[in-house]
Design a binder for this molecule. Structure first.
Ligand code: DGT
Ligand code: CA
Ligand code: CA
Ligand code: ZN
Length: 612
């Protein structure tokens, strides 16, 4: 049983207990699921090495759950799970994937309408059966139908950040095969896209058949589509497809480049090769032996039938160089201008935007010096157990410090998010005094600073739910939309601009409010928003939480061009979440952002000076 399978069952247990109205247990199982999901090592291995005791080391796993995990590993289930599943035999993950459908609703839907899965739910909603239930209504029925529609559209792509730990485990296992020289996951995973369609694994080995046999022996695998000498295609138990390809050593760079993509990037590179009279494919960059390869007209016949000479193929670096380009980071390979920029870069052409007699010079930007993984000095959005976070301020600060940060901003929710226990002015002032005390006692240590902030709620008309004189006392004010997602584009834009115009608001958190695979972004005039951010000096957040990834790469590029600064925040609700920052950095890199564009890539002093 893989970690994601175990986590899935633990999450199911949380929902089942929630349905039964059991207290505390749902949170405990959720926490344990989170702990299992974020492990770098397989639970199975941990158990094999250290027994039940070692399972207790997994974050969030106590005695009871450790015993259940043990039973899962040994016999694939445990009594409570079996019992509850028998009582409520529904596809929980399928139903709760629909926005607005929670555990209690799943139970009602089962008891009143015998709804087991998505298909049942859709049928009942379309037949108007849901609006007739007590506590439901037209509105919830419409919302369910909309949620189902959205799920169908997202077409089974997985959110990369949620599944990456498991992909890395798989990658490490393949790397550990004795016959494997190199093993790398390419494709959209390597380009760090928000979501991925499948997993493309590339291996070099002189014994491909043995590698394939070992691969097929992995417990990750649920089904084999095709099994060949150099290519095998499977379905993994987590539902994703994976392709494994073995390539010769001399071709590794070319193959890595080809299978990293994107397809559009590949096509554009191949065009450059063709213009030189060369040929580019997954085996390398070639010229024909009897042509110098300079003359475009000599391709075609010239190449066919004659011996080909490998120009480059072993590494990606030599491949780009041979094509006359500077190296392009995987996150930028989408053919959205990076190839032209790499060409200019290699040729050392300057950026000229000035008008000349010939009109606007057609020279664009060079390649950016992308922000690096590890460049962040702070985190501007952190929740604690003062509201809906799981850990105390002290615990969050310590975890952030251990993650390599020098400062965090505590940004608990505010009063209009009542279900989170959001702060009012009084509670906020109390928290501020408490943070002052922690800092004066140098907790967690003298080099670390805890800043006072809040995630203030933006109301329907852009009004905030905390008084200005209290906001003015905070170090950092973030404001965010958490309701009224369906206003018109014009109303939404106006609402957010009004919040930005408040001189206390430093950052807009998760601007569009989207939840990938779950909720559409609010409608906005992004150009107007960016212009207002520039005018008011407001920062836009790149939220690192994997299914938010808000703002998206295209908007980040617009911000970079407009000179609007951004922050990259984990939106942590637990000490586990600081590792999500990696995905925010990936997002920023896909948006061509440099360290100069990201305020928490700066020192504390410089960052504070920049705020309104
Ligand atoms: P995904 O899986 O939908 O998240 O996206 P990718 O980019 O991983 O796409 P995938 O798995 O279909 O193919 C992996 C890479 O292989 C892709 O990024 C580029 C390369 N590739 C696939 N099909 C073609 C093609 O028809 N032409 C070229 N030039 N490259 C291709
Ligand atoms: Ca892929
Ligand atoms: Ca693929
Ligand atoms: Zn929020």
């Amino acid at each position: 049983m893989t970690n994601s399978e175990i986590a899935k069952i633990l999450n199911e247990m949380a929902v089942l207990y929630e349905m039964e109205g059991v207290l505390f247990k749902p949170r405990a199982y959720e926490k344990a699921a989170l702990g299992v999901e974020s492990l770098a090592q397989e639970v199975k291995e941990i158990y094999k090495e250290g027994g039940e005791k070692a399972l207790l080391e997994i974050p969030g796993v106590g005695k009871g759950i450790a015993f259940h995990i043990k039973q899962l590993l040994e016999k694939g289930n445990f009594d409570e799970y079996e019992k509850l599943k028998k009582k409520i035999p529904v596809n929980i993950s399928e139903l709760t994937a629909v926005e607005g459908v929670g555990p209690r609703m799943v139970k009602t839907l089962w008891q009143k309408l015998r709804i087991r899965n998505l298909a049942d739910l859709e049928k009942a909603a379309k037949a108007g059966k849901i609006r007739k239930l007590e506590h439901f209504g037209d509105k919830s029925e419409q919302k369910i139908l909309k949620g189902i529609e959205f799920l169908k559209k997202s077409g089974g792509r997985a959110v990369l950040g949620f599944i990456l730990p498991e992909i890395r485990t798989l990658e490490k296992m393949i790397q550990s095969f004795p016959e494997v020289e190199k093993a790398v996951v390419a494709g959209s995973v390597r380009r760090s896209k928000e979501t991925i369609g499948d997993i493309d694994i590339l291996v070099t080995s002189s014994k491909p058949e043995i590698v394939m046999e070992r691969f097929l022996g992995l417990l990750f695998i649920a089904h084999v589509y095709a099994h060949g000498k150099t290519k095998t295609a499977v379905k993994l138990k987590n539902g994703l497809d994976a392709d494994l390809r073995v390539v010769p050593k001399e071709s590794f760079g070319a193959a890595l480049n080809y299978f990293t993509g994107s397809k559009d990037h590949n096509v554009a590179l191949r065009q450059i090769a063709i213009k030189k009279g060369w040929k580019l494919n997954e085996y390398g960059l070639f010229r024909s032996a009897d042509s110098r390869g300079q003359d475009a007209d000599s391709r075609g016949n010239g190449l066919r039938g004659s011996a080909e000479i490998l120009v480059a193929g072993k590494t990606e670096e030599e491949l780009y160089k041979a094509l006359g380009l500077s190296y392009i980071e995987p996150e930028m390979r989408e053919n959205t201008g990076e190839i032209e920029a790499a060409l200019r870069h290699a040729q050392g052409k300057l950026v000229i935007h000035a008008r000349s007699d010939l009109g606007r010079a057609r020279v664009g930007p060079l390649l950016p010096d992308l922000i690096k993984y590890g460049d962040l000095k702070g985190d501007m959005q952190v929740q604690t157990d003062w509201t809906d976070g799981e850990n105390s301020i002290e615990e969050m600060a310590k975890a952030a410090m251990e993650a390599g940060l020098q400062y965090i901003v505590i940004t608990d929710h505010t009063r209009s998010l009542a279900m989170t226990g959001g702060s009012d002015e009084k509670k906020l002032l109390k928290q501020m005094a408490y943070i002052d005390k922690l800092n004066s006692k140098q907790i967690p240590n003298s080099k670390f600073k805890i800043l006072k902030g809040a995630e203030v709620n933006i109301g329907k008309n852009g009004e905030l739910d905390i008084k200005d004189e209290v906001l003015a006392k905070l170090d950092v004010v973030g404001a965010a939309v958490h309701s009224h997602f369906n206003l018109s584009r014009q109303e939404q834009t106006k609402r957010i601009i009004r919040a930005m115009e408040n001189t206390n608001v430093d950052i807009i958190f998760h601007l569009t409010g989207r939840l990938i695979n779950k909720r559409e972004p609010i409608e906005l005039d992004i150009d107007e928003i960016i212009a207002a951010a520039k005018r008011t000096g407001t920062i836009l957040e790149v939220n690192a939480y994997p299914n938010r990834a808000d703002i998206k790469d295209e908007y980040i590029r617009k911000c970079v061009r407009a000179g609007v600064k951004m922050s990259i925040d984990s939106d942590a609700h637990s000490i586990q979440h600081f590792k999500m920052l990696e995905f925010g950095i990936a997002q920023a890199r896909r948006g061509w952002a440099e360290r100069k564009d990201i305020i928490n890539g700066w020192s504390l002093e410089k960052m504070l000076k920049f705020l309104k």
